[in-house]
Design a protein around this ligand. Sequence first.
Ligand SMILES: Cc1ncc(C[n+]2csc(CCOP(=O)(O)OP(=O)(O)O)c2C)c(N)n1
Ligand code: SF4
Length: 295
Amino acid sequence: MSETATPAMPFLPKDYKSDLKPIWCPGCGDFSVVQAIYRALASIGRAPHETAFISGIGCSSRIPGYTTAYGFNTVHGRSLPIAQGIKLANPDLLVLAAGGDGDGFSIGGGHVPHLVRRNMDITYIVMDNQIYGLTKGQLSPTSPKGRISCTSKYGSLEEPVNPLQYVLGYGANFVAQGSPADLAGMTAIIEEAIRFPGFAFVNLQSPCVTYGEECQQIKGLKAIMEPLASIGHDPSDRMKAMEIAQYYGQKLHTGVLYRNPNPPPTYESMVKQRQEELSKGAMPKEQILDLFIKR
Ligand SMILES: Cc1ncc(C[n+]2csc(CCOP(=O)(O)OP(=O)(O)O)c2C)c(N)n1
Ligand code: SF4
């Protein structure tokens, strides 16, 4: 990648990097995720001040602070309602949301379907390490059955949530998966998700080197990685995407699982249209005020 900005690429990855030094554990997968985000944003070329990056709480949710975008490290599980409010208030902003699997599919799980069905133009990046990292290694909703952790000394008895099936099941129009095990592939997926005109979900299997199991580290992920391009997957085939999503936890399918070739209008565009329609026959502001204020 060129080190000089050009008219075609007005910002470089370093322009999205803040002065804050990440405090993740050395080797944490989230270091690669933030690098991929810098590169994807540079390829897209929107100015940092035109971008808002919203997260919940967790190790992964620190990510907005490491960028020069407007950022809001909100409340555990609440990145999506806040991101939607921001997008509605200023639809011109490029809005990204990010967090962990606990943040997104445990406490925040109830918010995901509503963003999916509204189809707002927000990219949601989940750093799925299959554990609660920040709070020191408790089971998360995506922890595999049998997982031993500080809260499951004899092994988890629960089936994991499958994030890919979860969002596909609610009708998401863009669903992709990547991992720091393939930095270039992960960067391409994030860029494509941001460019998608509507809600885009990206599940990143990002290793937790401190509390994650051996098989969830880079070497283990590489061993089960199967790029979707290598099996000739057609990303416009929703049913096939659902079928592939079943292998979550057994194989690491990387790439775009599903991209709706005819994406529906976004919620914010329909709100704008409704506002324009209703404002046509609306009473002038002055006249409305007259109804309430005695002048
Ligand atoms: C309302 C609320 N409940 C619980 C917590 C404690 N808490 C903070 S982060 C977290 C889970 C972190 O796991 P995850 O979201 O997967 O992110 P990671 O740290 O693994 O990146 C929990 C339970 C909190 N901060 N707020
Ligand atoms: S605890 Fe895990 S997820 Fe959190 S910074 Fe350390 S390696 Fe990363």
